[in-house]
Design a protein around this ligand. Structure first.
Ligand code: ADP
Ligand code: MG
Length: 567
C-alpha cells in the first residue's frame, strides 16, 4: 500500500526473527499459546481499567471480554482476535518492533545454540513465534485513544504500518492474522486447532470461541484452579504461570485458603530453577512474581506489597475476597488487609520450603528409614532440598538479614558445610545435635573457600578437641553473621575473633602469669595503632601465634571483601 509507513526492526528483533524462521524446532504449536496469552493479557488490562471507569468498555459487542479464533481453510488464514485494550499506532511500533527487556540478547544467543524456543514467552518476545508457522502476519488493532491501524511484516527485516480503511472496524481490541506457511498446513485443520485451544486455554480466564466452517464450534473456559487438583495439574498450572514449558516440576507448592478478618486463596510455587536475573536488580522494585486477583478479577502481577523481596523467587497467585474491587491500584496498595495477607503468605511460604527439607530423605539423619522405603515418591523427593539450596540459598540468607520477625524460621532453613559434614550440606539443628557436652557456642569461620579454611591455624585446636566448625564461604555470609547472633539460645562465635572460649583449663592462670613479662614486652614492641592487645590463648595447637580480630571489629575476611569492593 502506498500510504503505508515503513519501519526497520531493531537489530535484535531481526536476529530473533531470522532464528525463528530458520528454526528446525519441532514444537511449532507454541505460537498459539503465545497468542492466547497475549490476548488474555490485553483483556486483563482493559478489565482492570474498567473497574474504576465503566465507560472504557464501550457498549454492545465491545463489552464482551472474549477471544475468538477463526480459520479460513481456503485461504489458509488463521486469526486470533480479542476485545482487549488494543494498541495505538505508537504501541504497535514500540511493542512489535523493539525489545525492551534485558537479557533478551542472552536468550537469542542461547536459542541459537540450543534451538529450543519453548522459553520464548519468558523473555517477553513470545509474539514473534508466529513466524514459526506464518510467512506473512498482519496485526490489526484499535485502542480507545487512536484510530484503527494495521501492522504487517513478512519477516524480512522491515514492517509497515497503515491506517486501516479497508478491514472491518474492530471497535476495540486486536486481531492477529496469520498467513500460514506451506509447511504449516496442519494448523488449517479444525481438529488440530481444537486440540491446541483446549490445551492452552486451561488457565485462561476468558471464554475462547473457535470458529471454523463459519460456525461456533467449541466454547472453552479455563478458570484458574478448581477443587481436587492433582499434582500433574499443579505442574501444568505452574508451567503456564511461569511461562516455563520445560519438563521440570516445581520443587514445591502450597495451595491454601485463609479465613478470618481477611479472606483469600493462594497458590505458591517454588520454581525448579532461579530466573537468570533473580539477584541482578534485587533492590529495584517490581520483581514480584505473584499475580493478584480480587474476586477472580486479575488486578496486577507487579504488586510489591504481597511478598518481601527475598521471596521474589516464588511464583503464584493470590485471590482475595476482602480487598475492594473498585479502587485504583494506588489505593489498593495502601489497603490495610495487605499487611495481613503478606504476613500469612510469608508463613506459608516458609512452611512450604521447610517441607521440602522434611520430605527429602537426604536431609534426614535417620538412615534406617531411608534404606527401607523405596517408593517412587521418596525417590522423587531425594536431593530436592540441596537443589533448592543451590538455586535459592542466597535468598534465604538475604531473608535472615532483612526479616527480623522470621529470622529464626529462616535460620532453620540455612545449610552449610562444616568440619564434620563430610562434604555434604548440614543444618544448624544437626550441628546442635552433634555439639559436645559443655559446648556453649556455635563455632564458625569465614573465608573464600573450604580448602583454604581447612588449613587455617584457627581450626587446629578446635579440630583436635573434636569441636565442629561451620565454613561460611559466600561473601554474603559476612553480612549474614552480623544479623544472626544466636540460634536456639546458642551464640555464634567466629573462631578467628577474640573471645573464643573452649572451656577452662586449670593451667590457664599459671601460664598467663609466667608469660606476663613476654606479653607486656611484645605489646610494647608492636605499634599500638596496629594491635590492641597481646594475650595468652588456648585456641592453638601447633602454630605458635596467630593474629585475631577484636570481637566487634571486622573479620579478616570481611576486610578482604570490603577492600575488593572499594578497589
Ligand atoms: P510479552 O507478552 O511477554 O510482553 P510478546 O512478544 O508476547 O511479549 O508481546 C509484546 C507486546 O506486544 C506485549 O507486551 C503487548 O504490549 C503487545 N501485544 C501483543 N499482543 C497484543 C494484543 N493482542 N493486544 C494488545 N497488545 C498486545
Ligand atoms: Mg506474550
Amino acid at each position: 500500500r502506498s500510504t503505508a509507513e515503513k519501519f526497520e526492526f531493531q537489530a535484535e528483533v531481526s536476529r530473533l526473527m531470522d532464528i525463528i524462521i530458520n528454526s528446525l524446532y519441532s514444537n511449532k504449536d507454541i505460537f498459539l499459546r503465545e497468542l492466547i496469552s497475549n490476548a488474555s493479557d490485553a483483556l486483563d488490562k482493559i478489565r482492570f481499567l474498567s473497574l474504576t471507569d465503566k465507560e472504557i468498555l464501550g457498549e454492545g459487542d465491545n463489552t464482551k471480554l472474549e477471544i475468538q479464533i477463526k480459520l479460513d481453510k481456503e485461504k489458509k488464514i488463521l486469526s486470533i482476535r480479542d476485545r482487549g485494550i488494543g494498541m495505538t499506532k505508537e504501541d504497535l511500533i514500540k511493542n512489535l518492533g523493539t525489545i525492551a527487556k534485558s537479557g533478551t540478547s542472552a536468550f537469542v544467543e542461547k536459542m541459537q545454540t540450543s534451538g529450543d524456543l519453548n522459553l520464548i514467552g519468558q523473555f517477553g518476545v513470545g509474539f514473534y513465534s508466529v513466524y514459526l508457522v506464518a510467512d506473512y502476519v498482519e496485526v490489526i488493532s484499535k485502542h480507545n485513544d487512536d484510530k484503527q491501524y494495521v501492522w504487517e511484516s513478512k519477516a524480512d527485516g522491515a514492517f509497515a504500518i497503515s491506517e486501516d480503511t479497508w478491514n472491518e472496524q474492530l471497535g476495540r481490541g486486536t486481531e492477529v492474522r496469520l498467513h500460514l506457511r506451506e509447511e504449516a498446513g496442519e494448523y488449517a485443520e479444525e481438529s488440530k486447532l481444537k486440540e491446541l485451544v483446549k490445551k492452552y486455554s486451561e488457565f485462561i480466564n476468558f471464554p475462547i470461541n473457535l470458529w471454523a466452517s463459519k460456525e461456533v464450534d467449541v466454547e472453552l473456559y479455563g478458570y484458574g484452579i478448581q477443587k481436587e487438583v492433582t499434582g500433574e495439574e499443579y505442574t501444568k498450572f505452574y508451567h503456564s504461570l511461569a511461562k516455563d514449558f520445560s519438563d521440570e516440576k516445581p520443587l514445591a507448592w502450597s495451595h491454601f485458603t485463609a479465613e478470618g478478618d481477611v479472606e483469600f486463596k493462594a497458590v505458591l510455587f517454588v520454581p525448579p530453577k532461579a530466573p537468570h536475573d533473580l539477584y541482578e536488580s534485587y533492590y529495584n522494585a517490581n520483581k514480584s512474581n505473584l499475580k493478584l486477583y480480587v474476586r477472580r478479577v486479575f488486578i496486577s502481577d507487579e504488586f510489591d506489597e504481597l511478598l518481601p523481596k527475598y521471596l521474589n523467587f516464588l511464583m503464584g497467585l493470590v485471590d482475595s475476597d476482602t480487598l475492594p474491587l473498585n479502587v485504583s491500584r494506588e489505593m489498593l496498595q495502601q489497603h490495610s488487609s495487605l499487611k495481613t495477607i503478606k504476613k500469612k503468605l510469608i508463613r506459608k511460604a516458609l512452611d512450604m520450603i521447610r517441607r521440602i527439607a522434611e520430605e527429602d530423605p537426604d536431609e534426614s539423619n535417620d538412615k534406617d528409614k531411608k534404606d527401607d522405603d523405596e517408593s517412587s515418591d521418596i525417590d522423587e523427593k531425594k536431593g530436592q532440598y540441596a537443589k533448592f539450596w543451590n538455586e535459592f540459598g542466597k535468598s534465604i540468607k538475604l531473608g535472615i538479614i532483612e526479616d527480623a520477625t522470621n529470622r529464626n524460621r529462616l535460620a532453620k532453613l540455612l545449610r552449610f558445610e562444616s568440619t564434620k559434614s563430610g562434604g555434604k550440606l548440614t543444618s544448624l539443628d544437626q550441628y546442635i545435635s552433634r555439639m559436645k557436652s559443655g559446648q556453649k557456642d556455635i563455632f564458625y569461620i569465614t573465608g573464600t573457600n573450604k580448602e583454604q579454611l581447612e588449613k587455617s591455624p584457627f581450626l587446629e585446636r578446635l579440630t583436635k578437641k573434636n569441636y565442629e566448625v561451620i565454613f561460611f564461604t559466600d561473601p554474603v555470609d559476612e553480612y549474614l553473621m552480623q544479623y544472626l547472633m544466636d540460634y536456639e539460645d546458642k551464640k555464634f562465635q567466629n573462631v578467628s575473633k577474640e573471645g573464643l572460649k573452649l572451656g577452662k583449663d586449670s593451667k590457664d592462670k599459671e601460664l598467663k602469669e609466667s608469660f606476663k613479662e613476654l606479653t607486656k614486652w611484645w605489646k610494647g614492641a608492636l605499634a599500638s595503632e596496629n594491635v590492641d592487645d597481646v594475650k595468652i590463648s588456648n585456641r592453638l595447637a601447633d602454630t605458635p601465634c596467630v593474629v585475631v580480630t577484636s570481637k566487634y571489629g571486622w573479620s579478616a575476611n570481611m576486610e578482604r571483601i570490603m577492600q575488593s569492593q572499594t578497589l
